[in-house]
Design a protein around this ligand. Structure first.
Ligand SMILES: *Cc1c(COP(=O)(O)O)cnc(C)c1O
Length: 407
């Protein structure tokens, strides 16, 4: 039995502190915003190295607020990677603007900067890199594109709180606005929905704080239209207990990733991370840690450890039958979603995302995972490969991103 994530283990180590924090809020009866939220914001500003951190109701709302703050709406275009969680694109459409999909890089799975350049038009109002699975997108190159074109960058940091770029900055403080999620499965998870918006701009911070509360300032005077995007004090109190543990949790996730790398190689299933093509349909492709040599500690916070296998669906069922949790992040890229069919995206333009959607599988990586459990996962995958060895990959798209030599 290895669950994909076991939050009870984390809670067990923090229970006393969290109970005290929740009782403190209960006694205060300040339930929304207030001193707990203020304190969380100041603490996260310090951790992230950003001027303004604004606690909000979810990661999705953080993205929506960022677009609202930039007055993005009908007739505008926003460039997003087609391989991400739905909110990245859904929030663009909710403003009335059009999401423009681009493919991702086949090594990092993050937005392809050349594809971004090709997608820019006079209507482009923002570019939204997603730091997918906890690894930073190519921010230097994207900021260069932004400087050349004047198009701002909004960072989707939902999976990447604390992730550092190779020069040591934490994501969310590089582009114009950063959007974070505290959904319980993220590295910093609340006891419900919660999120954060960050910016170094005083003016944008003021707008975002106003948008968070119906565009109201002063009370009952509305100069703009916002929403109820406020953060609850209970969530802030829980997050304040958890946030100081982030460095050690990130470290434990990276250590688990290193154990996986070794175990997959020892089992003869992988020749190491960074291989992007299947030259053996039974190989396991491991995620590349592209900034590992930069010398910064949090070059990857490993929110997900995502392998690629040609027989993905069969492997997932096999793992499930052995009590091992896994998840497909993500099975359907945006350009194939029914709700975006009207946008007329051409499927052939996204070979990497199409291949990833058919082959990715995220396996357990949470900090409390034991070395025995990691070996159990790898041995079970090895058993699958031995017993299901096959020359016909189930992945119909594999030829698009690599060569499968079937023998
Ligand atoms: C989780 C997530 C979101 C949305 O965050 P919620 O807090 O669940 O609303 C947005 N983008 C990405 C990439 C995510 O992983």
């Amino acid at each position: 039995m290895v669950p994909l994530l076991d939050l009870k283990l984390q809670y067990a180590t923090l229970q006393t502190d969290i109970e005290q924090a929740l009782l403190r809020v209960a006694a205060s009866q300040v339930c929304i915003l207030g001193p707990e939220v203020d304190a969380l914001e100041r603490e996260l500003e310090t951790y992230l190295g950003v001027r303004h951190a604004i606690g909000v109701s979810s990661g999705t709302d953080a993205l929506l607020m960022a677009f609202m703050a930039l007055n993005i709406g009908p007739g505008d275009e926003v460039i997003v990677p087609t391989f991400s969680f739905f909110a990245t694109a859904g929030c663009v459409s909710r403003t009335g603007a059009t999401p423009v999909f681009v493919d991702v890089d086949h090594v990092s799975y993050n937005i392809d900067v050349d594809a971004v350049r090709r997608a820019i038009t006079p209507r482009t109002k923002a570019i939204v890199p997603v730091h997918l699975f906890g690894q930073a997108a190519s921010m230097d190159e994207l900021m260069a594109v932004s400087a050349e074109t004047g198009v701002p960058i909004i960072e989707d940091c939902a999976q990447a709180i604390g992730t550092q770029t190779p020069d040591g900055r934490r994501v969310g403080c590089i582009g114009l606005i950063g959007c974070f999620s505290f959904y319980p499965t993220k590295n910093l998870g609340a006891f419900g929905d919660a999120g954060l918006v960050t910016t170094n701009s005083d003016e944008l911070a003021e707008r975002l704080r106003r948008i968070r509360n119906h565009g109201m300032e002063p009370r009952y005077y509305h100069s703009m239209i916002g929403g109820n995007f406020r953060l609850d004090a209970m969530q802030a109190a829980v997050l304040r207990v958890k946030a100081p543990h982030l460095p050690s949790w990130h470290q434990a996730r990276r250590a688990n990733a290193a154990l996986y790398e070794q175990a997959f190689q020892d089992a003869g299933l992988s020749e190491g991370p960074g291989r992007v093509h299947f030259d053996d349909a039974n190989a396991v492709l491991l995620p590349a840690f592209v900034h590992a040599d930069s010398g910064v500690t949090d070059h990857h916070i490993v929110n997900q450890y995502t392998i690629r296998v040609a027989h993905r669906n069969a492997l997932r069922s096999f793992l499930q039958s052995r009590g091992i949790g896994s998840e497909i992040y993500y099975p359907v890229p945006f350009h194939r979603q029914e709700c975006f069919a009207n946008l007329g995206a051409v499927d052939d333009m996204f070979p990497v995302s199409n291949c990833l959607a058919a082959t990715v599988l995220s396996i357990p990586i949470f900090p409390e995972l034991t070395s025995d459990q990691i070996h159990e996962v790898v041995e079970t995958i090895a058993e699958f490969v031995r017993t299901h060895r096959s020359t016909t990959p189930e992945c119909a798209d594999c030829e698009e991103c690599g060569t499968i030599r079937t023998s």
